[in-house]
Design a protein around this ligand. Sequence first.
Ligand SMILES: Cc1cc2nc3c(=O)[nH]c(=O)nc-3n(C[C@H](O)[C@H](O)[C@H](O)COP(=O)(O)OP(=O)(O)OC[C@H]3O[C@@H](n4cnc5c(N)ncnc54)[C@H](O)[C@@H]3O)c2cc1C
Length: 484
Amino acid sequence: MPGIVIVGAGFGGIGMGIALKKAGYHDFVILDKAGDLGGTWRDNQYPGCACDVPSPLYSYSFELNPDWSHLFAPQQEIWDYLRNCARKYRLDEHVRYGTAVERMDWDDRARRWNVETVQDGELRNIRARAVVSAAGALHLPSYPDIPGAGRFGGTVFHSARWDRSCDLTGRRVAVIGTGASAIQFVPEAAKQAAHLTVFQRTPPWIHPRPDVEIPGRLRAAFRKAPLTARALRDVIYLALEARAVGFTINPKLMAPLEALGRTHLKSQVTDPALRARLTPDYTIGCKRILLSSDYYPALQRPNVSLVTDDITGISETGVTTADGTDHLADVIVYATGFKVIESVTSLNVAGRDGRKLAPENLEAYRGVTVAGFPNLFLLLGPNTGQGHTSAVFMIESQIQHVLSCLRILARDKADTIEVSEAAQRRYNDALQRRLRRAVWSEGGCDSWYLDAAGVNRTLWPGFTFEYWARTRRARRADYAVTGS
Ligand SMILES: Cc1cc2nc3c(=O)[nH]c(=O)nc-3n(C[C@H](O)[C@H](O)[C@H](O)COP(=O)(O)OP(=O)(O)OC[C@H]3O[C@@H](n4cnc5c(N)ncnc54)[C@H](O)[C@@H]3O)c2cc1C
């Protein structure tokens, strides 16, 4: 019986495994339903896929990589980086691939989690003292409910499950969605397709993407003098954190960011009619601000068209819009994002007295622990996403919180640690008060940040250093510890 089960082998699970090893815990397993580690960076293999936070920051603080080829590393490099980290810290012996967690039940009498898995079609049960869910928030592709979708006679796939056997050369391609993934692959796909039709519901705010190749000499300097790499990381961190002023203090302070978005659009799109269709009608930051210097130019290629009429259906031959046009296509690519709330609920977690982690009241204390769910820890849990900097920073803060809870258990020679209802309530009431004034609620947009009732259960409304300071040590008074 392993002491700790970690679900997921992406940035979260690998980071947690390394931290446990460093802290002297060796009794853990990492379960992943896929056949390899990497999470997001294993699944998203569309052309042009890269991070949109500079790589010196979008990486572990304890494992700086001097060898990034670009400021915004491409997918393959990030995936390789994660694999190298796992190899360096010998995590391979802890990971069980092809093992999907189907449900988790807390056994209060035995003070253990029963983790039900499916491996090679067989149901198996693993008992563990503690569970860390690092199952990610963006791994279940979301498909819109479009009438007739099943009738399409061509090739269909989601951007997060890119069909690499499908050659786009000379084909008519329809792209549904204009979010973070679409703006990365549209410029690449447009180079191959005979015709590319981009279906836009809401235009995103886009800033220029200051990507550069990192010259060999600079990489050598990072290798020789790691402090230079750390200094660059710190500078990037502070620069991105400055962008959060508008998110966190007052949406009016978003004005300079909005001005940059407008200038970028104006400088790249000369046709006023097209520019009008690409101009968002909501406050910048209400949805994720995207980075691209080649998306607008791609839309103006002669073989690309932008359609802003509502999609009413999918026929055997293409995508139909409200004006009655059937836009012919050989391939449809859904760039329609992920099921965020379901990513937690799909684990079917039942805590004390059979309580469920349900979407309509999904909340956690500091995004990590949940009352009624002893010895369960969430990485990138509710209200820990952010729109301006690296998710890995948040993950590392949460890992420190988990270690702090484990230290309390060890020090008190206890069996269980569980956040109190009162602490969770206080924390979430304050959080939701702050969120009500934030740009995500006030900015006039509809986004996946808000649930069906308009409650923001995804984002952290402050600076990330505040989150780090609040999570790094578990407050003993906020937790009930039993079985001492
Ligand atoms: C295209 C794309 C680009 C992104 N770019 C950035 C960026 O530039 N900066 C940034 O900060 N963030 C970015 N993100 C967000 C990104 O998801 C996080 O930064 C980070 O990779 C999340 O890591 P994770 O380990 O929490 O989750 P994931 O990487 O999603 O890993 C979760 C793992 O859990 C496994 N799993 C899930 N459910 C189960 C189950 N039931 N049983 C077993 N295993 C399971 C999955 O197979 C997966 O391997 C991006 C996301 C996408 C989709």
